[in-house]
Design a protein around this ligand. Sequence first.
Ligand code: PXL
Length: 275
Amino acid sequence: MKKIVTIQDISCVGKCSLTVALPLLSAMGLETAIIPTAVLSNHTAFSGFTFHDLTDTIPGILDQWKKEGFAFDAVYSGYLGSLRQIELVERAWDSCLAPGGLKIVDPAMADNGSLYKGFTEDFARAMGGLCGKADLIMPNLTEACFMTGRPYRPDGGDSYVRDTLRALSGLGCRFSMLTGVSPDENSLGAMIYDRDRDIFLSAYNEKLPVRFHGTGDIFASVMTGGLVRGKSLEEAMSIAVDFVHDCILETISHKDHNWYGVDFEAVIPALTARL
Ligand code: PXL
């Protein structure tokens, strides 16, 4: 069985980060280790939250894993709890990746043109440095703009999206992906730029008239899981785009649905059927 370690926060309520990554990666047939970056009472889109930073626990975990000789097929990082954790993700790459293992970064820190509560432009720049050394990065447009200094233009059109992807590849990594790409008013999906082959890949599904929290984390988890399960970039991206679409459809089919996360649980069988 392939093994993966994911580094992101535990939001105790809110269906994002580790509470979606762990069930999804496990359902995809991957042994999943975790490094929690912080424990929050709930994610930061609620009116208030508690936040317990776990930065100081991480060096000890990595040292102990090194002694045990643990090695993973991918290190997948998401929401980080402090600037210092950016360096610790790099340390995890150096100390616990199997030969040929993938460095995958979802620079979860912003959406809709703004940074999430608690993040700064310095943090975004440092995250850009980490992304430059990764194999695959998966920002949304807001995160891409904060990391590259490009203007945020959600209706920028195809050439703006492609230029943003080229700017992301200027950070240094071979495969840059943009999530939340909408080529027309009825479609939503993602696009990848492969710098070495100078080609773009894309996958779309129907655009639904609602947005939910946590879908970026679900997308990144399924994309990562698909790649580690041996799917091509294009296949993994298409599975992830379709799964997020199905999660949203499932959620809005219940009229008393919550606002803070999607009902991914009920759609897991459709995901595993694609593997
Ligand atoms: O879904 C991204 C995310 C992850 N973790 C925490 C968050 C958010 C988005 O707001 O607040 C704690």
